[in-house]
Design a binder for this molecule. Structure first.
Ligand code: SF4
Ligand code: SF4
Length: 466
C-alpha cells in the first residue's frame, strides 16, 4: 500500500491564511468552514472541549452526525483549529508518532501501522475479562492492571451516558474491578468535550489513562503539547483500531431492528458475542430505558452492508487514514485471522508503542495473566485487511474524486489515485446510491424500518450482482 504525503490537499487559495487562523476573531467559524461544512468532522468533540470561551457545542446535524456548532462568542484563540485532527494544523500524525516513539530501543515501523516495539496476539486468561468482551479481553485486562499497579488514578473510556439515555460519554473509572463493566466497543460517536473540561478541573497531581479512538488520540497529542497541564495529567493513551464510526442514525436503525423504538432506547451493547461459530458475526442489542434488552441483531447482513459502503458514517471517517491509532502508547484490536474465526470467545492483538505499555503486557505474560505470542507484521496487517482496504486503499480513490471535482480535503498521507477510483467505480457508485436513498429517511417507527429494509435490500441485490 502506497503511503506518502500528497503534493495537494489543504493547499488551495480559498483556505484562510495562516494569520487568519492564528489570531482571527472567528477561529471557530474557520473550523466550521474548513472541517465541518465540507463534511470532514469525526465528532471527537475536542474542539468544543478545548475552547476557553465555551463557544462550540456538539450537536447532531440533519444526518445525525455529531458535529460542533457555534453557540457563543469566539475569542479567536485558534485552539480548536490547532487540535482538530482534520484541520491540517500543527504536526502531522507521522511527525507526532515519530517524535514519541521513533527513537525507542527495538522500535520498528510499518507504513500502515506506525512505530511499535511489540505486537502480540492472544487473550486474557484470568477473571472474566475475556467472557465479558468479544475481543479476547486484553484491553480490559490492561486497563485494570494500570489501575491496580497505580500507574494511573483513573481511566477514562467510552460508555453509556447514564444521565442522557441513548447517548454515550467518557466514563471515569477508579476501581480496577469496575473496568470490565465497560468492556466492548462503542459504535457511536462519543464526544470528548465534557471529559476534557473534567480533566482540567481534576485536583493537582492526578494521573489519567484515556482510551481514545485514533482521531481523538492524535488530537489529544496536539492538545497535550498546547496545554502542558493536560500532558502532565494524561500519563497513558490507549487506542483501538477503528474502521469508521457510525452516526446516531445507525443506532436508531439498530434499535428498531432490535425491537426497541429509538425514543425508548437506553443504550446499545454493540459487541454481544456471536451465537454461532463465526467470530466476525457478533451482534448488537438495544436495551430500553427500562433496562429490557431487545432482540440481538447479527452484523452480517444490513449492518455490515451499510458500514462497508460508508452509509450512516461520520464524514471525517471517510477521509481518515489512521487505522492503528499511531499516536497512542498501546493499541488493542480484534485478531481477525482465519485460525480464530471459529473461536467466539475472541482474540486480541496488542500493539505496544511505548516502553511502559510494553512492560505492562510483558508482565502479564510472565505472571500467566495473559496468553500471548508474537505477531509478525504481515499478520498484523492481515488481521485488519478490511479496514485497511476502506481507510487506506479506497481513500486513494475517494481523494482523487474530490480532487477531480475541485474540492478541498484535509492533509492526508495516502496519495490520491484516479486509477483506484476507476477500478472500484461500481463500489463507489453504489455507496452514493445507498447514501442518497437512505441517508435522510426517517427511522423512528417500525413502519419506517420496513421501507428502509426494502430499499437497502434492493441495493444489496444490485451490489451482489457486481
Ligand atoms: S473532528 Fe473533532 S475537533 Fe475537528 S471539528 Fe470535528 S469535533 Fe471538532
Ligand atoms: S475512522 Fe478515523 S476519524 Fe473515524 S472515528 Fe475512527 S479514527 Fe476517528
Amino acid at each position: 500500500m502506497t503511503s506518502r504525503r500528497p503534493k495537494n490537499g489543504s493547499s488551495r487559495s480559498n483556505r484562510p491564511s495562516k494569520e487568519d487562523l492564528a489570531v482571527g476573531e472567528s477561529s471557530g467559524r474557520h473550523l466550521l468552514a474548513k472541517v465541518v461544512e465540507p463534511g470532514f468532522c469525526s465528532g471527537c468533540g475536542l474542539c468544543a472541549g478545548i475552547c476557553p470561551s465555551s463557544s462550540l457545542m456538539m450537536e447532531y446535524n440533519g444526518k445525525k452526525e455529531l458535529v460542533p456548532h457555534i453557540k457563543g462568542h469566539c475569542s479567536g484563540c485558534a485552539l480548536c483549529l490547532n487540535v482538530c485532527p482534520f484541520s491540517g494544523e500543527g504536526k502531522s500524525i507521522d511527525e507526532v508518532s515519530e517524535g514519541l516513539y521513533g527513537h525507542l530501543p527495538g522500535v520498528g515501523r510499518l507504513v500502515e501501522a506506525g512505530w511499535f516495539i511489540s505486537a502480540q496476539e492472544g487473550h486474557a486468561c484470568r477473571g472474566d475479562f475475556r467472557s465479558k468482551g468479544a475481543s479476547g479481553g486484553m484491553a480490559s485486562w490492561f486497563l485494570t492492571k494500570v489501575l491496580k499497579d497505580g500507574i494511573a488514578d483513573a481511566v477514562l473510556s467510552a460508555g453509556p451516558d447514564k444521565a442522557r439515555p441513548g447517548s454515550w460519554t467518557f466514563v471515569r473509572t477508579e476501581k480496577p474491578e469496575d473496568v470490565v463493566s465497560l468492556a466492548g466497543s462503542v459504535y457511536h460517536p462519543v464526544p470528548f468535550d465534557e471529559a476534557f473540561r473534567a480533566i482540567m478541573s481534576e485536583p493537582p497531581g492526578i494521573r489519567l489513562s484515556v482510551v481514545a479512538l485514533p482521531c481523538l488520540a492524535y488530537g489529544l497529542r496536539k492538545a497535550m503539547r498546547k496545554i502542558p497541564l493536560l500532558g502532565e495529567r494524561i500519563v497513558l493513551l490507549a487506542s483501538l483500531t477503528c474502521g469508521l464510526m457510525p452516526t446516531h442514525r445507525y443506532s436508531e436503525y439498530v434499535s428498531l431492528e432490535s425491537g426497541v423504538l429509538p425514543e425508548e432506547m437506553g443504550y446499545i451493547n454493540f459487541r454481544l458475542p456471536p451465537d454461532e461459530p463465526d467470530s466476525g458475526n457478533y451482534r448488537h442489542v438495544a436495551i430500553s430505558r427500562d433496562g429490557v434488552p431487545g432482540k440481538p441483531v447479527s452484523v452480517k447482513g444490513i449492518p455490515d452492508f451499510l458500514w462497508g459502503h460508508g452509509c450512516f458514517i461520520q464524514g471525517g471517517c471517510l477521509v481518515c487514514d489512521d487505522v492503528f491509532g499511531e499516536t497512542a502508547d498501546v493499541v488493542f484490536m480484534d485478531a481477525w485471522l482465519p485460525e480464530y474465526a471459529r473461536d467466539t470467545k475472541g482474540n486480541s492483538i496488542v500493539l505496544c508503542r511505548s516502553l511502559l505499555a510494553d512492560s505492562i503486557v510483558k508482565g502479564g505474560v510472565s505472571s500467566g495473566e495473559c496468553r500471548l505470542r508474537e505477531t509478525a507484521g504481515e499478520r498484523l496487517l492481515r488481521s485488519q485487511v478490511q479496514t485497511l482496504w476502506i481507510k487506506r486503499l479506497l481513500l486513494q480513490g475517494r481523494l482523487a474524486k474530490l480532487e477531480a471535482e475541485g474540492l478541498e480535503y484535509p492533509r492526508r498521507r495516502v496519495v490520491p489515485d484516479m486509477k483506484v477510483y476507476r477500478e472500484n467505480e461500481k463500489y463507489f457508485l453504489l455507496c452514493e446510491r445507498l447514501k442518497k436513498a437512505v441517508e435522510e429517511l426517517p427511522l423512528e417507527t417500525f413502519e419506517d424500518l420496513e421501507s428502509f429494509r426494502n430499499i437497502v435490500g434492493h441495493l444489496m441485490v444490485d451490489g451482489a450482482d457486481q
